[in-house]
Design a protein around this ligand. Structure first.
Ligand SMILES: NC(=O)c1ccc[n+]([C@@H]2O[C@H](COP(=O)([O-])OP(=O)(O)OC[C@H]3O[C@@H](n4cnc5c(N)ncnc54)[C@H](OP(=O)(O)O)[C@@H]3O)[C@@H](O)[C@H]2O)c1
Length: 220
């Protein structure tokens, strides 16, 4: 599958790009600057080559990256997501767009969810993009530092929310391809607000209890 990562030069984009490239997907790194995207792509290819995995990763500006992908991940900070999407709206037709976006603010030592006017970042993204785009939310609760450490066994859960069952299934399958990540159906996109809100809680628990890079796992 062709997967584009807008802002794929950053933390969460790096981990997803490396993990999916290892599984044979065609990866396209997006950036505000094409040269930066190309440099990151080369860097990721080099890292994978050292592990015996020779792949081609491309680097384009965000507009071209979005145009090329069947699946487009918004791996950019929440604060800049709306302006980025407004600027490159024409690049979207009928892709699956994955939102890992987490709106949050710092209060004292810890973080809390910063509730967007539409209820969640994922709903905001859905309303910004053409109706033909299918928005699925996922990966909000996965620590980027762990995702990009390819020698780490992850053993975490990813709650996936979306209104189109077929698109949600594709994202759940992509998630399950990453060793030991378990994709869990989180219901419709409206539920994304609950998943997004878990992230500032997890980060706060880490800060207040001397822990690092926590992710989540449901057990029964
Ligand atoms: N980090 C995590 O552990 C983690 C975990 C789960 C979910 N998330 C979510 O994933 C998203 C990305 O997080 P991240 O930690 O990967 O972010 P990041 O590393 O801080 O930034 C990612 C990329 O965003 C682009 N960017 C920066 N400023 C921008 C601006 N003003 N306008 C447009 N693009 C800009 C940059 O790419 P260029 O300079 O190349 O354009 C940057 O490399 C966030 O919404 C976050 O909530 C993060």
């Amino acid at each position: 599958m062709k997967i584009s990562l807008l802002g794929g030069t950053g933390d969460i984009g790096e981990g997803l790009a490396l993990r999916w490239a290892q599984k044979g997907h065609e990866i396209i790194i997006g950036s505000r600057k094409e040269e930066k995207a190309r440099n990151s792509a080369e860097d990721y290819m080099e890292r994978l080559k050292k592990l015996g995995c020779e792949v081609e990763i491309k680097g384009y500006d965000n507009a071209k990256a979005a145009l090329e992908g069947d699946v487009v991940v918004l791996s950019i900070p929440y604060e800049y997501a709306a302006s980025t999407l407004e600027a490159i709206k024409d690049s979207f037709t009928n892709q699956i767009v994955i939102s890992p976006l987490v709106p949050m603010k710092k209060i004292g030592k810890s973080f809390c969810y910063s509730v967007p006017s539409k209820g969640s970042a994922a709903i905001e993204v859905r309303d910004l993009l053409p109706e033909t785009v299918s928005v699925v939310s996922a990966y909000q609760n996965i620590a980027a530092a762990k995702l990009s450490n390819l020698s780490l066994e992850l053993d975490y859960d990813v709650v996936v929310c979306g209104d189109d069952e077929k698109s949600k299934k594709i994202v759940m399958e992509l998630t399950s391809e990453i060793p030991n990540l378990r994709a869990l159906d989180g219901g419709p996109l409206e539920n994304s607000m609950m998943v997004e809100a878990v992230t500032p809680l997890v980060i706060s628990v880490a800060i207040l209890n001397g822990m690092k890079n926590l992710s989540i796992k449901f057990t029964q």
